[in-house]
Structure formats: C-alpha cells, structure tokens
Ligand binder design. Structure first.
Ligand code: NAD
Ligand code: TYD
Length: 339
C-alpha cells in the first residue's frame, strides 16, 4: 500500500514514519511536509535513501500541488499529521492555525474524494474536549465528550474534526479520527514542555513554569501513539473517533522537578512565570474504546519513556542546538523575555 504521511518532518509524523518503515517494510511511504519552523529534514536523514520512502516539500493548502501528487502516487491511505501544533504560538497569531489546520485538511480530503482513497485518517488531539476540573479525578474524556475548546489551536483542530466528519456523512469519505493526549519522546521541538525543560536544564537556563505548575497532562510515549495510529488505519471502523491516552496524569511541576533530578540540576532553576491565557487545567483520556476494539494499550511506562527521552536529548545535542538558534531565539525572547 502507498501511504501519504503529512507533517512527517515534525515530531510525531517522523516517529510514525520510522515505525511504519520498520513494522511494514512492504508499504511505500510518501512524506509531505511544508518544512515550517517545526519541520526538520535532518530528522528524516536515516530514511531518506530507502527505496520505499519519498519526501515531497509541499504545503497541504496548495491544492494544485496536492492534486498533482495524488495523481502521481495514487495513495491508498492518507494520514494527516501536518498542523500548526503549539498552543502558545496560536495565542500569539491564530491565522496560520486556521489556514493549515482547517483549510489544509479540507484540501487533502478534496484530493481524496477526487482520486479515491481507502482511508483518510485525521490525527487530532484530546484538546478538542477542553479541560477537566482538578477536583474531579473521576472524570475522563470519552469519544462522546462534547467538543469545548479553549485555544485557537484546539479550536482549529476541532474545526478540522467537524469537517472530516462532514465529508464522511455528506460524501461517504472513508475517514477515521484519533484524539491523543500529550506525547513525549525523541525529535520533539524544544518549544514544548518536556524538551524545553531538558534543553534549558542542560544549558543551566531558568525553567519557566506557567502559573503554579499545577496543570495536569496525560503523557504518552510517542511510539505508543504511532502504534495506535497504525492499528486504526488498518482495523479501525470507518466514521469512528478513537481516543488515545494512557492514564498517566502528571502535574507540570512534578515533571519539571523530575527532569531536574534526572539531570542533576538544582530546583532553583525553576521560575514561575505569568500563566498562559485560557490555560487548560487537566486533560485525561479514557482509552476504553481503542482497547476494547483494537486491543491497544500503552506499552512504555513513564519512568522508562522519560529516561529514554532524556538520554536521547543528551546524545543528540546537535539536533536540538541547531534548532534553538535562529528563529527560535526570537520566539523565545518574545514568549519568555519579560514574562
Ligand atoms: P509538530 O509541530 O512537531 O510537526 C508538525 C509538522 O507539520 C512539521 O513538520 C511542519 O513542517 C508540518 N506542517 C505544518 N504546516 C504544514 C503545511 N501547511 N503543509 C505541510 N506541512 C506542514 O507537531 P507534532 O507534535 O508532531 O504533532 C503532529 C500532529 O499530532 C498535529 O496534528 C497535532 O495536532 C497532533 N497531536 C500532537 C500532540 C502532541 O503532544 N505533540 C498530541 C495530540 C495530537
Ligand atoms: P505544551 O507542551 O505546550 O503542551 P499543551 O499545552 O498542548 O498541553 O505544555 C504542556 C504544559 O506545560 C501546559 O500546561 C503548559 C505548560 N508549560 C509550562 O509551564 N512552561 C512552558 O515553558 C511550556 C512550553 C509549557
């Protein structure tokens, strides 16, 4: 089968490509990526020369380019990871989030309709459900939880999800959607919590914790997300949404402390800064559906996954040091300079 993977030069997309080429060497993977600030071609260097892999630099909003590629490749499956993905940037400037996350999704699905497809899979997020209160640990997001977004990022992802479902109902497009909790692991851009704290620790820089650091996220090792996505595109039921998450809820402050300890850095690096606007309090996934239907459960325990991640950032300094220079420096100054 030929699988188009969009956003494959980013964090999860790249990990997904590695996973698929390893687990399904009989398939052909075509990676489509615009190479925004978050896309890094060097991430894909180990697969670049493989005969069943092709990289195409393309914006998913470029309708003609996308149609041309579909005509050429005749894909069986499209997995759409491409997105603007960082909440803080969406608060700074929502417009590109609407463009890529909603319009881009529409263009891809139009191409699927025009050229025919076995499956269109939309990689969504648990953030479309909004947040849960800290004092109700009994509550979890299920696939029936109403969409109730907080940030321009999550709203754009929810908009895309609605469009995907509309293309299924109106045009019969064979779609699936997955809504995953926070991922961590190798190749994550160091603007997100875990890699940012690791990089700052290693550079002895302050560790900026928003508000009081009490917000809770449900952390999943990226490879577990990749495995779940693979199961859904092969065995998931068309027209269905699957939540992906691992009952691994942690407070931000506890994660930051753990990273300090693991790297032998003093907790006095922790600096409490002004809270994020509209900051979601708690995310927590109920993965009962994907477990019951597809037998998926997370396999990597947090203690093991975070150690693997820290080791990876320690041994791949050149990957992230290149990233934290240049444009990112300006972003960092804008975001944290006088916070
Ligand atoms: P990322 O920001 O690391 O990567 C996004 C990739 O998309 C980059 O390579 C970028 O160049 C590419 N891209 C952006 N705009 C594009 C466009 N217009 N055309 C083509 N390519 C474009 O993001 P990520 O963390 O890997 O997230 C991937 C997907 O998973 C996103 O859809 C995100 O919403 C979803 N998700 C992420 C998490 C998480 O914890 N990171 C959790 C749940 C869901
Ligand atoms: P992030 O990695 O941006 O993911 P998301 O907002 O999509 O969950 O942030 C994870 C949590 O960490 C979130 O509650 C915000 C918080 N955070 C900080 O406290 N400091 C930081 O510098 C960053 C980037 C995030």
């Amino acid at each position: 089968m030929t699988i188009i993977v969009t956003g494959g030069a980013g964090f999860i997309g790249a990990n997904f490509i590695f996973y698929m080429l390893r687990e399904h060497p009989e398939d052909r993977i075509v990676c489509v990526d615009k190479l925004t600030y978050a896309g890094n071609l060097s991430t894909l260097k180990e697969v670049m020369g493989k005969p069943n892999f092709r990289f195409v630099k393309l914006d998913i909003c470029d309708r003609e380019g996308v149609y041309r590629l579909f005509e050429e490749e005749k894909p069986d499956v499209v997995v759409n990871f491409a997105a603007e993905s960082h909440v803080d940037r969406s608060i700074e400037d929502p417009s590109v989030f609407l463009q890529t996350n909603i319009i881009g999704t529409g263009v891809l699905m139009d191409a699927c309709r025009k050229y025919g497809i076995e499956r269109y899979h939309q990689v969504s997020t648990d953030e479309v459900y909004g947040d849960l209160p800290l004092d109700r640990p009994d509550l979890f997001f299920t696939e029936e939880t109403p969409l109730h977004t907080s940030s321009p990022y999550s709203s754009s992802k929810a908009g895309a999800d609605l469009l995907v479902m509309a293309y299924h109902r109106t045009f019969g497009l064979p779609v699936t959607i997955s809504r995953c909790s926070n991922n961590y692991g190798p190749y994550q851009f160091p603007e997100k919590l875990i890699p940012l704290m690791i990089a700052n620790c290693l550079n002895d820089r302050p560790l900026p914790v928003y508000g009081r650091g009490l917000n809770v996220r449900d952390w999943l090792y990226v490879e577990d997300h990749c495995k779940a996505t693979d199961l859904i595109i092969r065995r998931g039921r068309v027209g269905e949404v699957y939540n992906i998450g691992g009952h691994n809820e942690m407070r931000n402050i506890d994660i930051v402390r753990l990273i300090c300890r693991a790297l032998g850095k003093p907790e006095r690096l922790i600096t409490y800064v002004t809270d994020r606007k509209g900051h979601d309090m708690r995310y927590a996934i109920d993965p009962a559906k994907i477990h019951a239907e597809l037998g998926w459960l997370p396999e990597t325990r947090f203690a093991e996954g975070i150690q693997r991640t820290i080791d990876w950032y320690l041994t791949h300094r050149d990957w992230w040091e290149e990233i934290v220079s240049g444009e990112y420096q300006h972003y960092y100054e804008r975001m944290y300079g006088d916070r």
